[in-house]
Design a protein around this ligand. Sequence first.
Ligand code: ADP
Ligand code: MG
Length: 343
Amino acid sequence: SPVLPLAAAVLFSTLLGACGDRWDPDIEITGPTMGTYYAVKVVRPPAGLGAEALRPGIDGVLGEVNREISTYDPDSELSRLNRDPSTDWIPVSPNLHGVLAEGLRISALTGGVFDITVGPLVNLWGFGPEVTADAIPRTEAIQSALERVGYRKIALRANPPALRKERGDIYIDLSALGEGYGADRLAAYLDFQGLTDYMVAVAGTIRARGRNAKGQPWGIAVEAPRAGERTVQRVIPLSDGAVSTSGDYRNFFEQAGRRYSHHIDPRTGESVANRVGSATVVMPSGSGSAMTADGLATALVVMGEEQGPKLAESSGIAAYFIVRAGEALRELTSPAFARLWVP
Ligand code: ADP
Ligand code: MG
C-alpha cells in the first residue's frame, strides 16, 4: 500500500554483490516511499549507467505516483477527487484512470469484497491518513460509513477519462494497489533506461526482469506471517513478472486479545478476522502487472481461507496462501501457482 509504515511482507533472498562478478557494476538503490520503502537492484547495466544517474529518475517517478494516487498527500489528484462533492463527471488523468479501472475490475471480480470505495471504513478503523488512537469504532459510526461504500456508486469512463460519484461524499482508497502501481511505473522507467536485469520492490510488491547476478531467476522470499518475526517461509523464483504479498501481521492493532487488521470487509464494515496470515499472488509477465498482483493479494486476504482459494482457482490466479491453524501454519496453493514451475 502506498502508505503503510510497516507494510513489508517480502524480503530478498538475493543479495546482489555478495558473490557478484567483479566486472559486474551492480546497482542497489533504496529509499522511503508511500510510508514504507522501495528497493531497486540492477545487474549488467549498460556502460556508464550507475546509481547516481538512476536515483533522481526513480525518486521522480515515485513522487509522481504519490501525487496521483496517495490519500496521504492532501494535494494529490486522488485527494482532490475525494474532496470534490460534485456528482457530475469529474475529469481524471489517464494514469489515475488506469489505477481506478483496475481497482474497479478487481472490485467486480470479488463481488465487492475488495472495494476501492472502502476508504471511509479504513479511516474509521484508524488505518488511513488521519492519526487516531487504536480503538474499535462504534456501531453507528460503522453504519453511517457503510452508506458511503460500494463500488457500484461510482462510474468510470475512458474517453475522455472521467469519474462520476453517485453521492458527493464517496471516498476512494487505492492503497491496496499503490505498491504495485509504483513498482510498475519504476519498471517502465528502468526499461526506458535500457536495463534488462533488475528487481524492483515497493514494500511487499516486486517486479522483476531478467536474471540476478548469478544468472539465475530472482529469488523472492515470502515471510512466515508472524508479527515481530522475519523467517522465510518459501522462496519464489521469478525471472519476468510480479509477486505481491498481503498480510495481516504487520499493520494491525490489538485490543482485548484480538487482532484488528488493516483489511476491512466492506460487507460488514468490520476489520477482517480470518485465518489467512498472508496471500501471495504471482503474475508472470504477459499475464498482468504488479498492480494486479497487489490488488489481488489484498482481495484474497479479505476473502479468507475458503473463498480466497476458490476465487484463485476459478479465475486462474497463481496464489499461495499461508493459513493459521492454531500455532501451526498451513500452506495452500492454487492450481495456477502449482503449474508455474512445472515444465
Ligand atoms: P499490505 O501490503 O500492507 O498488506 P495491502 O496491499 O494489502 O497492504 O493493502 C492494504 C490497504 O488496502 C489497507 O490499508 C486499506 O487502505 C486498503 N483496504 C483495506 N481493506 C480493503 C478492501 N476490502 N478492499 C480494498 N482495499 C482495502
Ligand atoms: Mg495489495
